[in-house]
Ligand binder design. Structure first.
Ligand SMILES: Nc1ncnc2c1ncn2[C@@H]1O[C@H](COP(=O)(O)OP(=O)(O)OP(=O)(O)O)[C@@H](O)[C@H]1O
Length: 259
């Protein structure tokens, strides 16, 4: 089990974070703390840089040609962009769940066992079985799939596939789970299940979620950061952001004046 830091400690800290895609600047001097043991929601209109910020935390932007990062971004005080950082190890610490459920075309079991296998997390088969079962249980999926672990992950419903992807992400015991609009391809019932799950997971993980749904941000997060045109406009306790925003731009967005 992870050593979870006391709630409120900055797990990830950005200072003056700029991100460029070629000539285009997508983030401007972002100063944001992501606190340990909480769910932080990133909200704002399309193209404001939410996903860009999220993807910096596990260096997914490294995969984009011409992407460049300046300023400082740390995880537990260590520079995420330091030359000495092993990106594979970083991504084991910082898991990710994408917008569209993307199980591998493998069995349910192998989807979850994949990460533990490549990171050598299990000494033998029974330990691997234990990790797979525990991860499925934590992802709220075990009951539904325990009799068909050898069937393909792609044969599950969309909501089950997304919970399988969450099980896959947590199987390597990450410290942080990044979620990029994890419910946008799901129906309301599957969405409710994933939201419930996010709430349970925050006991053991620090979670950052990008969402277009303000209702979702209000339901699942403790902190909310509002971005606009690549700038962080305001961050605060979720309740405060939605009931008493300090910035006119935030006010305009949450009251639906633009978006
Ligand atoms: N791979 C890329 N190449 C070039 N520009 C990009 C790339 N990815 C994002 N951008 C640009 O960077 C800016 C921020 O994009 P980003 O995807 O972070 O925004 P977002 O707030 O997550 O948007 P959305 O809500 O639509 O997903 C946008 O102007 C976008 O066009």
């Amino acid at each position: 089990m992870n050593m979870v830091q006391p709630q409120g400690t900055a797990k990830v800290r950005s200072r003056g974070l700029d991100v460029f895609y070629g000539e285009k600047q997508a983030l401007f001097g972002v100063d944001l703390d992501i606190r340990a043991g909480e769910v932080t929601a990133l909200i704002g209109p399309s193209g404001c840089g939410k996903s860009t910020f999220l993807r910096c935390i596990n260096r997914m932007n490294d995969l984009v040609d011409g992407a460049r990062v300046a300023g400082s971004l740390t995880l537990d005080g260590d520079d995420i962009y330091d030359r000495s950082v092993d990106v594979v190890q970083l991504r084991a610490k910082v898991g990710m769940v994408f917008q569209k459920p993307n199980p591998f075309p493998k069995s349910i079991y192998d989807n979850v066992a994949y990460g533990p296998r490549i990171h050598g997390k299990a000494a033998d088969q029974s330990e691997l079985d234990e990790i797979v079962m525990t991860s499925l249980e934590k992802a709220g999926l075990l009951k539904e799939v325990k009799d068909r672990l050898q069937e393909s992950g792609t044969g599950l419903s969309g909501g089950q596939q997304q919970r399988l992807c969450i099980a896959r992400a947590i199987a390597v015991e990450p410290e942080i789970v990044l979620m990029d609009e994890p419910c946008s391809a799901l129906d309301p019932i599957a969405t409710a299940k994933v939201e419930e799950l996010i709430d349970e997971l925050r006991e053991n993980y620090t979670i950052v979620i990008v969402t277009h749904s303000m209702q979702q941000a209000a339901r699942v997060s403790q902190r909310t950061a509002f971005f606009h045109l690549g700038k962080l406009i305001e961050v605060g306790d979720t309740e405060q952001i939605f009931t008493n925003p300090q910035e006119p731009l935030t006010q305009g967005y949450i009251t639906g004046r633009f978006g």
